[in-house]
Design a protein around this ligand. Structure first.
Ligand code: GLA
Length: 427
């Protein structure tokens, strides 16, 4: 979740006159003769029309063929209980939006705050098991998210007597080691784990690149110790668990996941943390960076590419994963994400966003999938399947958003067609 997102302040032009809304609702129905968009067309006369949904090729197969990698992972954050046909046709990987996060997997014991010295917390694997079972039954890759995140850290991890800092740190360390081992062993299906999520600070080019308000950072800091060591520990414990599982970096990637890596000042922090893990000297492995890429409609693809090449530049055979891709139809200023009101966030388009915006979104998605076509990028995950279910309808404000490749009916949008067919004309 973004607390701050830095975006170029560009005033949105509300094109109310464009009544097309081609990707919305009945978006699969070709507009009546003459078209419904005022945008220009390059398709030899008429306004380009959305191809029939039944003619849609598999997204994952199309990208795998284009990238020359038959087993390429194109995934989505999904609910395994709904929309299975769409998932199985278009995606070769799934991710749990919340079901594998620590507060779900190992919550505080019922009726406690987790603040007692020996919290009777118990594992709760049922929701995550559903993903692992779905993955195994359907031969879909399982990309696992996340072993550690400050926003979903149950307080039992940090319970204990802080008056003896050495013992306290050892206790917290042991809990982290035990947790990571137990969860990695529970779901050996995972081809990648986001070992840590969002551990970098948002302060551009910070002296201390770590997020200091994380309960992990705070716990490790007790007694004046180095709070950042929990990140190296998490990778060390994940590496040890992976070794014990008989797995390695070719079949189980250990990743650092974060947002705004397309913003240079935040990216610098992320890269320094990756280097800290690479240089830890403890035996901790890190295999790459997960770039969330929650982008706005005016995102700069050159900066997306810069994020990918920066990771390549660190050496060590690091890979890039695109982990939470979506493209908001809005262009919000940075203070939208702290104030979370309209304004400064852009005004709601309502249920039928202008066709011009959906077209801009399609062109951006096309450019992104071109940018992702490089050997270091080995997995792409969208943060959702259809526009009917997306976190961006409530973040940063309650507002209609349409950030994905399939519309609210589950039909392919222009963004989908722009990705799978590099030559198709967009209205
Ligand atoms: C962040 C997290 C995800 C998810 C999204 C919002 O990006 O990494 O797990 O919670 O926020 O849905």
């Amino acid at each position: 979740m973004k607390l701050i997102r830095v975006v170029l302040p560009v005033v949105l032009t509300m094109l109310a006159a464009c009544g097309g809304g081609g990707g919305e609702g009945g978006g699969s129905v070709p507009p009546p003769g003459g078209g419904s968009s005022s945008s220009s067309s390059s398709s030899g006369g008429g306004t380009p029309q959305l191809p029939a949904p039944s003619t849609a090729p598999s997204l994952a197969s199309t990208i795998a063929a284009r990238y020359g990698s038959p087993n390429y992972r194109v995934g989505a954050a999904v609910q395994t209980s709904t929309g299975q046909a769409l998932i199985l046709k278009h995606f070769s990987s799934i991710t749990a939006e919340y079901q594998m996060k620590p507060d779900i997997v190992w919550p505080n014991a019922a009726g406690t705050s987790g603040s007692t010295a020996q919290p009777a917390a118990q594992a709760n694997y049922a929701a995550g098991d559903a993903f692992a079972n779905f993955s195994a039954a359907n031969n879909v890759g399982l990309r696992c998210h996340t072993l550690l995140w400050h926003q979903t850290a149950p307080s039992w991890f940090f319970a204990g007597d802080t008056s003896n800092p050495v013992n306290y740190r050892a206790l917290v360390q042991q809990r982290l080691r035990d947790y990571i081992r137990a969860v990695m062993f529970r779901w050996p299906e995972c081809y990648a784990w986001d070992v840590v999520n969002e551990v970098a600070t948002d302060t551009a080019n910070a002296t201390n690149p770590y997020r200091t308000d994380s309960p992990w950072y705070i716990a490790y800091s007790v007694g004046g110790a180095d709070g950042s060591e929990y990140v190296r520990d998490a990778f060390l414990f994940a590496t040890q668990a992976r070794n014990t599982m008989g797995r390695n970096d070719s079949n189980l990637k250990l990743m650092l996941n974060d947002y705004n890596t397309e913003v240079a000042g935040k990216r610098a922090n992320v890269l320094r943390i990756v280097q800290d893990v690479m240089n830890a000297g403890t035996g901790a492995d890190i295999d790459g960076v997960g770039h969330q890429f929650h982008l706005g409609i005016n995102a700069d693809v050159a900066q997306v590419t810069a994020a990918l090449t920066a990771v390549e530049g660190l050496g060590g055979n690091l890979v890039n994963h695109v982990t939470e891709l979506d493209v908001s139809i809005y262009n919000d200023p940075g203070n939208c994400f702290s104030q979370r009101t309209i304004p400064p966030c852009a005004a709601d388009y309502g249920a039928s966003p202008p066709q011009s915006v959906l077209s801009d979104q399609a062109r951006l998605y096309r450019a992104l999938f071109t940018a992702f076509n490089r050997p270091s990028v080995t997995s792409i995950t969208l943060w959702g399947v259809t526009d009917a279910s997306t976190w961006l309808n409530t973040f940063p404000v309650n507002r209609t958003n349409r950030p994905l490749l399939f519309d609210t009916n589950g039909d392919p949008k222009w963004a989908f067609w722009a990705v799978v067919d590099p030559n198709i004309a967009i209205p």
